[in-house]
Design a protein around this ligand. Structure first.
Ligand code: SAH
Length: 360
């Protein structure tokens, strides 16, 4: 972790010198998934950003409740004898392992489900293989378009925040796109006139100085999942940090060595993410014909799925220390100042399905 420019920084400086500034989305994509220097292509990406621990790693209850959600959706679908259970960005594979363990209450579920994982990181694919040892049959896909042509239940936790965003700023002279260019021989932010208004519903209400973000990659994936679901049946559940009401602001953030970092300081050596625009995902899913539910907070999702009961069951007969760690995990996942409110849940389905936690 030296402060010398990273290999990717040198690469980007050459590229920008030759071809001109790049968008924030292109910069994020290079930092995260560049074939040799991308953060997710390196060893153990989740270990390096360390103490920003994700919900499935906080407690087994998280994945278990997602597993129960999937079983209820499968029941509502009429228990099809073949379907795909897909996870996008499965990390260490913990959530899928916990979900499948809980789903064993319905023996036909695992037999019918083809487990499909979308994962870019070789190191995390290896971790997923280890977590899913003993699971009969799972495979990886390279792209959402490679999902099998069967009904689909899709789940994703903290996947969409890793997808590249473009950023637009309202200036005196109209909209401009924020770019990464060169500054004193290194990387620096700049603006390029966006030519008219960016394709955003917000554009009209934005004052000078306002910034809006959009993620064509995230919307594209939501649209593809929704198209599958509308055509073949099923549902998707997306959990992440982000905003339900479109807002203005720069949410690009870098985490390196357990601390926030300057997003331009260590390309390829820091985790980059942006808050998820749930309204944009919802609109994309609706445009593809899925029935989209209003976004709810993670706390509401977990409470409606029975986290209190699950915690009580786990704590039953345990020592004081174990009981307090279970309580601490519930607080961390649902507390309003912890993950409960910042993290949201979005679900959409084919027509006529009732979704637990979203439809009363
Ligand atoms: N869901 C896990 C991991 C979250 S981190 C958890 O909650 O712990 C983000 C995950 O998405 C990682 O597995 C990462 O490798 C994967 N990922 C990020 N960008 C990706 C992309 N463009 N294509 C496929 N997987 C991606």
């Amino acid at each position: 972790m030296s402060d010398a420019p990273t290999a990717l920084a040198a690469d980007l400086v050459r590229r920008i010198r030759a071809d001109g500034p790049i968008t924030i989305a292109d910069y994020m994509a290079a930092c995260l998934t560049h074939p040799t220097h991308g953060y997710y292509l390196g060893p153990d990406p989740l270990g390096r950003s360390g103490d920003f621990i994700t919900a499935p790693e906080i407690s087994q209850m998280f994945g278990e409740l997602i597993g129960l959600w999937c079983v209820a959706v499968w029941d509502a679908m009429g228990s099809p004898s073949r379907f795909a259970l897909a996870e996008l960005g499965p990390g260490r594979g913990t959530m899928m392992a916990d979900a499948l363990r809980a789903a064993a209450i319905r023996p036909g579920f695992a037999a019918a489900g083809e487990i499909v994982l979308l994962e870019v990181s070789p190191a995390l694919r290896a971790a997923q293989a280890a977590s899913l040892r003993g699971v009969a049959g799972f495979r990886w896909i390279e792209d959402v378009g490679d999902l099998p042509e069967v009904p689909l239940i899709a789940i994703a936790n903290e996947f969409f925040d890793a997808l590249p965003v473009r950023q637009f700023v309202r200036t005196d002279a109209g909209w401009a796109e924020r770019m990464v260019g060169l500054c004193d021989g290194g990387l620096g932010f700049g603006l390029r006139p966006a030519g008219g208004s960016p394709p955003l519903g917000l554009a009209a209400s934005a004052g000078v100085g306002a910034m809006v973000e959009m993620s064509p990659a995230a919307s594209g994936i939501a649209r593809m999942l929704a198209g599958r679901i509308a055509a073949l049946g099923g549902a998707a559940l997306i959990l992440d940090y982000g905003y339900a009401v479109p807002g203005f602001g720069d949410t690009l953030q870098a985490v390196r060595g357990h601390e926030y970092d300057d997003p331009l300081a260590h390309p390829g050596d820091a985790d980059l993410s942006a808050h998820v625009d749930f309204a944009a995902l919802a609109a994309a899913a609706a445009s593809a014909g899925a029935r989209v539910r209003p976004v709810i907070e993670q706390a509401a999702f977990l409470e409606r799925m029975g986290i209190a009961e699950r915690a009580a069951r786990l704590a039953d007969g345990k020592t004081g220390e174990t009981r307090s760690s279970i309580k601490a995990a519930v607080d961390r996942l649902t507390g309003p100042d912890q993950m409960g409110r910042l993290f949201k849940a979005l679900a959409f389905s084919s027509l006529g399905l009732s979704l637990p936690a979203f439809d009363s």
